[in-house]
Design a protein around this ligand. Structure first.
Ligand SMILES: Cc1cc2nc3c(=O)[nH]c(=O)nc-3n(C[C@H](O)[C@H](O)[C@H](O)COP(=O)(O)OP(=O)(O)OC[C@H]3O[C@@H](n4cnc5c(N)ncnc54)[C@H](O)[C@@H]3O)c2cc1C
Length: 390
């Protein structure tokens, strides 16, 4: 039997490392912590972006920022400035390097073990948790479980966001590194909403991503046609090399949030409610949770689960996603209008969970009313049905 820990974090990805890193900042006041991660090594496997609203966490670590963005629908394009709230990018590589260094600086207090696939977790007769991995058995008083659900079904989320991104380097200057493409809608895509997202890091280097919002998930190999078409559109016939690729599948309106009734075991991360339903973005929400949970643990309080959204935000996202799901053909129009008719700062605050009351009214006013009115009876029925079964 290996050592006993005060806390075991299952999964050392974004949420697991963020919590461990926040605990490490407390030095010797941090509870003895074990992080168990399945992967043997960390790779530059994702690109986290968020808006510079309300002093976001880890802003000092960002690799790139943009002050303008473009929205394109194939016929009309427009550019918006976002000087007030820049768009920030933090690569997984930078995040892993910095967070691992912080965790290591705590010395013996926080142990990260890679190559440990957690197989089983159970409560022992003396009320501690026993964790069995491919490499050993450990015990802990408390558990934070950030492992993603792998067996998720399409119906577990209102919509899914699937995407594949290629980081490319071109032989000639091709990009404007001050302006990124937030949404370049693909009018020909008919299984939901399809769009290209482009993050130029320099005149010769960019991440080009094809994203789909749909009822079902799309596997990486289903993107090849869309990706080829996107590369052709943005790189024309110039020479380029692919430096790396990234793939993601995020729940938008997760109906199966992981939770327990035991205060000594909480779920955290993407499948515990961290993903913002209407965007799938989770990075800043994970950072805020990690800080709060670490603070509670350092002060000998109970574990903190990810926060629920406010009533108004949850209802707006829920209704918006249901409208998108029922009207896939109108989704380009919905997003295009949102950015065209609303003030950029309003939309950015809304997307970043920092909307003011006036922002909610502006967002509602920018939406095509008929679509929402048509969706309301079915939506209200669904909500009532849900309450009866909760
Ligand atoms: C490619 C990509 C790009 C994204 N871009 C953005 C973005 O721009 N902005 C944003 O806000 N959000 C973004 N997200 C969404 C979200 O921020 C990330 O998915 C984030 O990594 C979620 O953190 P997590 O800890 O829940 O999951 P992960 O970071 O995936 O961590 C879970 C960890 O658990 C480990 N694990 C799984 N099973 C086991 C097991 N049995 N035993 C031990 N370990 C296990 C995994 O190896 C993994 O390291 C992106 C997601 C992806 C995939």
């Amino acid at each position: 039997m290996d050592k006993h820990y005060s806390l075991a974090i299952l999964g050392g990805g974004c949420a697991g490392l963020s919590l461990a890193m926040r605990l490490s900042e407390a030095g010797s006041s941090a509870p003895s912590t074990l992080v168990l991660e399945r992967n043997a090594h960390y790779k530059n496997d994702r690109t986290w972006c968020f808006w510079d609203v309300a002093n976001p966490e880890l802003k000092d670590w960002v690799d790139h920022s943009w002050l303008n963005f473009e929205i394109k629908n194939g016929i009309k394009n427009f550019t918006r400035g976002c000087k007030k709230y820049a768009y920030l990018m933090l690569s997984a590589q930078t995040f892993y390097e910095h967070s691992l260094a912080k965790i290591a600086s705590n010395g013996q207090g926080i142990t990260l073990l890679n190559n440990q696939d957690v197989l089983e977790v159970s409560k022992t007769h003396n009320q501690t948790w026993q964790i069995i991995t491919t490499k050993g058995t450990y015990t802990a008083d408390k558990i934070v479980d950030t492992r993603p659900i792998t067996q998720n079904k399409d119906e577990d989320s209102i919509l899914w966001q699937s995407f594949i991104g290629f980081e490319v380097e071109t032989s000639q200057d091709m990009f404007d590194s001050n302006t990124f493409v937030l949404m370049d809608f693909d009018a020909a895509f008919n299984q939901g909403l399809g769009f290209v997202y482009v993050l130029p890091y320099s005149s010769k280097r960019a991440l080009i991503e094809y994203t789909i919002f749909a009822k079902q998930t799309f596997a990486a190999d289903e993107f090849s046609g869309y990706m080829q078409q996107s590369l052709l559109k943005y790189l024309k016939d110039i020479n380029y090399k692919i430096l790396r690729t990234e793939y993601g599948k995020l729940p938008m309106g997760n109906q199966k949030i992981n939770k327990t009734n035991d205060p000594s075991y909480v779920y955290a991360g993407l499948y515990a409610g961290a993903a913002r339903p209407s965007s799938g973005y989770a990075f800043q929400r994970i950072q805020r949770w990690a800080k709060e949970c670490a603070h509670a643990l350092i002060n000998h309080q109970l574990l903190v689960a990810p926060k629920k959204d406010t009533w108004i935000l949850a209802r707006m996202d829920d209704l918006f996603l249901n409208v998108l799901k029922s009207n896939p053909k109108s989704s380009v129009h919905l997003f295009y209008n949102l950015f065209l008719n609303c003030k950029t700062s309003t939309v950015i605050r809304f997307l970043s969970d920092h909307a003011r009351m006036a922002d909610y009214f502006s967002i509602i006013a920018s939406m095509p009313k008929l679509l929402f009115i048509k969706e309301l009876p079915a939506y209200i029925f669904k909500r009532l049905f849900k309450y009866q079964h909760d």
